[in-house]
Design a protein around this ligand. Structure first.
Ligand code: SAH
Length: 342
């Protein structure tokens, strides 16, 4: 068991068993969530307690086996080695509104999207809550940049690791921990409909981001196998239910792929299908992945698509490409590293 996966009350129970007074829970929780590497840093705890804790619950921290910093925009990408030797990627992006950390939720992914590097080797395992938290903590400690926003858009499908992700959100939102507001968190999914409904029930104020990438089933079936289990109409219905439950506008991600999903009529079809659903589109020119024949749309096609959406009353932004000089799109760095190792 890892203490960083526990809520403050749960941590309190453990400390109580060790004969500690109630106020210790807050102290230990606060220290753990600062990203300390040893109990000896917990200067307001008695030595005997520090020793007992480090014997029973050693603090482990991921090791940065690669760190790349973009010369263009200051984006930093980490490849962390976990305690079992598996690696995951975390990216720190510096926006005007604050530093945003993009974390991984699984080692690998089993969703099989045709354009994505993270899924090429399949799913290895899901991350524990503390392993998601550690990515935020140690990115902040190492970079010395305060993190204010989190996006669950790294390697893995967050809703395929539902319970651990929910617990991570609770932890990172804790007032005595990182205290990151739900409104500063985005969770991205390829569209696991039953899990979207489960998430809706929690009524969190986070931003739900849907990786849509296609105007209809014919195109989506081709590039996203998940669409065969949950076709796009079922997905859009889940989005409507989600909006009804939370009043939170849905954010759609749309990777623009040359000749596949980027025609003006694709945008018009989307407008028709999204009628009445408050939505925002993030248009992302496809990041080319070596193993894939898919190519990014031209700038002109992206601009035309954006205009069509906006003329139809749906806001659309073209996402700035950050870290393009450091393999910053998800899964690329881990993949290169694994190939070098073998
Ligand atoms: N599994 C979740 C979380 C990953 S988020 C999801 O599918 O939403 C990462 C985002 O980047 C997703 O929208 C994903 O579809 C997108 N993506 C993956 N590979 C990409 C590529 N080569 N170019 C552009 N976007 C890509």
């Amino acid at each position: 068991m890892n203490l960083k996966s526990l809520t403050q009350p749960e941590l309190g129970d453990i400390l109580k068993e060790l004969g500690q007074p109630a106020f210790r829970a807050k102290q230990v929780f606060t220290w753990l969530h600062k990203g300390v590497r040893s109990y000896d840093e917990m200067s307001n705890l008695p030595k005997a307690l520090r020793d007992a804790l480090s014997e029973k619950y050693p603090i482990n921290a991921p090791k940065a086996v690669r760190k790349q910093e973009s010369q263009r925009d200051g984006t930093i990408k980490y490849l962390w080695e976990l305690s079992d030797g598996n690696c995951v990627e975390t990216v720190l992006m510096r926006y005007r509104y604050g530093n945003t950390v993009c974390i991984s939720t699984e080692v690998g992914c089993r969703m099989g999207c045709a354009f994505c590097a993270s899924t090429l080797g399949g799913l290895v395992r899901r991350l524990e809550p503390f392993e998601m938290l550690d990515q935020v903590l140690f990115t902040q400690v190492d970079s010395k940049l305060p993190v204010s926003h989190i996006v669950l858009m790294g390697i893995g499908e967050p809703l395929d690791n539902f319970d651990n992700v929910m617990r991570f959100l609770e932890l990172v939102n804790s007032p005595d921990g990182m205290n990151i507001s739900m409104r500063h968190i985005s969770l991205s999914t390829c569209g696991l409909v039953p899990k979207i409904d489960e998430l809706a029930k929690r009524k969190l104020q986070l931003t739900l981001s849907i990786s849509l990438h296609a105007p209809n089933d014919a195109v989506r079936d081709r590039i996203m196998p998940v669409n065969r289990a949950y076709p796009s109409e079922a997905l859009l219905s889940a989005c409507r239910r989600y909006y009804q439950a939370t009043s939170r506008r849905i954010s759609f991600e749309y990777a623009m792929i040359d000749g596949v999903n980027d025609r003006e009529e694709d945008a018009r079809e989307l407008l028709k299908r999204l009628k009445g659903l408050p939505a925002h589109f993030n248009l992302i020119p496809l990041n080319h992945v070596e193993e894939s024949p898919l190519k990014p749309s031209t700038r002109a096609a992206v601009a035309r698509f954006q205009k069509t959406l906006e003329d139809g009353g749906v806001t659309a932004t073209v996402r700035r490409t950050l870290g393009s000089d450091i393999d910053a799109s998800c899964g690329q760095l881990r993949r290169k590293y694994n190939e070098e190792k073998h």
